[in-house]
Design a protein around this ligand. Structure first.
Ligand code: ADP
Ligand code: MG
Length: 294
């Protein structure tokens, strides 16, 4: 029911039909809504007041203006909920595309990676680590063939820690919160639960590697079946134990595999950096190295 005392419902009408449902998470639901005055359509992420989403809002406000990052248009609240009014992205999750299409051609995967890399570059240069990059959090703007993608869900995003402190004994500033999605989580994020060592923005590069592997094969790199699944997946991730075995990989280029290998490098100090990735010819074929003037 629309509560007309709520500032959200005064300004927007919520699409309660089944077509209006966009998705949900643990503490939120996402639906289509319409600005009553302008008729403009948006997505609204409705978050329970039990969840503190001030951090998510602050970070979203800091990363406005990039074509591959969801834009926050409005924030409202009432007694029960916080409403984040966002770009309406109607093309569905990258995860669904991977599932329905089984896998992508290298050209398609490279186009999507290019957008992801520019988005992550923008975030990192603005001091933000996403920390939850995965195909559920990458949405297509429309159903069109070459639809633009946008990164969503800044619920786990954080400000970058002081880089000087990372890896040192007094690494108090390095991030230590163990919240992640297992399949896409970097080894240092998993280890930090055990040894409190901390991690930095390199965890996003690991996740990009997992996303690329998944797009090109249709399955995640660190997968096991049977009992003790979670702890065995963690062991695989910490050991960097994945393979390019299986028929799907036979036709994948060496440069794509090299990029995956470089991103899925267990030691974050040895892992490909964003600058390395931007120099990858597979990703940016148009890139021409700048020749130094002297
Ligand atoms: P959570 O923090 O609970 O995971 P998300 O921000 O990831 O919430 O949103 C949950 C789901 O809602 C997403 O996976 C996606 O399917 C859908 N969704 C989120 N934002 C949008 C949007 N701007 N446009 C369309 N669908 C969205
Ligand atoms: Mg999410």
């Amino acid at each position: 029911a629309e509560d007309m005392n709520s500032p959200f419902f005064q300004k927007y009408s919520l699409d309660l039909s089944s077509a209006g449902f966009l998705g949900d998470g643990s503490f939120s639901i996402c639906r289509k809504c319409t600005n009553r005055r302008t008729g403009e359509q948006f997505a609204v992420k409705i978050v329970s007041k039990r969840v503190d989403c001030r951090g998510e809002i602050a970070i979203l406000n800091q990363c406005q203006g990039h074509a591959n990052i969801v834009q926050l248009h409005d924030t409202l609240q009432d007694e029960l909920h916080t409403y984040l009014v966002l770009d309406l992205l109607e093309g569905g999750e990258l995860l669904d595309k991977i599932r329905s299409q089984a896998k992508f051609t290298e050209a398609e995967a490279s186009r999507i990676m290019r957008s992801l890399v520019t988005a992550v570059d923008f975030l990192h240069s603005n001091g933000i680590i996403h920390r939850d990059l995965k195909p559920e959090n990458v949405l297509f703007e429309s159903d069109a063939e070459e639809a633009n993608i946008k990164v969503i869900d800044f619920g786990f995003a954080r400000r970058k820690p002081d880089t000087a402190a990372f890896g040192q004994q007094s690494a108090s500033k390095a991030l230590k919160t163990p919240c992640f999605t297992l399949d896409y989580a970097a080894p240092e994020v998993i280890s930090t639960v055990e040894d409190n060592s901390g991690y930095n923005e390199m965890c996003d590069l690991w996740s990009l590697g997992v996303i690329l592997y998944t797009m090109l094969s249709g399955y995640v790199p660190f997968q096991v079946a049977g009992p003790d699944k979670a702890s065995r997946i963690m062991d695989r991730i910490k050991g960097g134990l994945f393979s390019f075995k299986g028929a799907v990989w036979n036709i994948v280029s060496d440069s794509a595999k090299a990029l995956i290998k470089g991103l899925l490098t267990v030691d974050p100090k040895q892992r490909l950096t964003l600058d390395d990735v931007k120099r990858s010819h597979w990703l940016f074929p148009e890139y021409v190295p700048q020749t130094p003037l002297m």
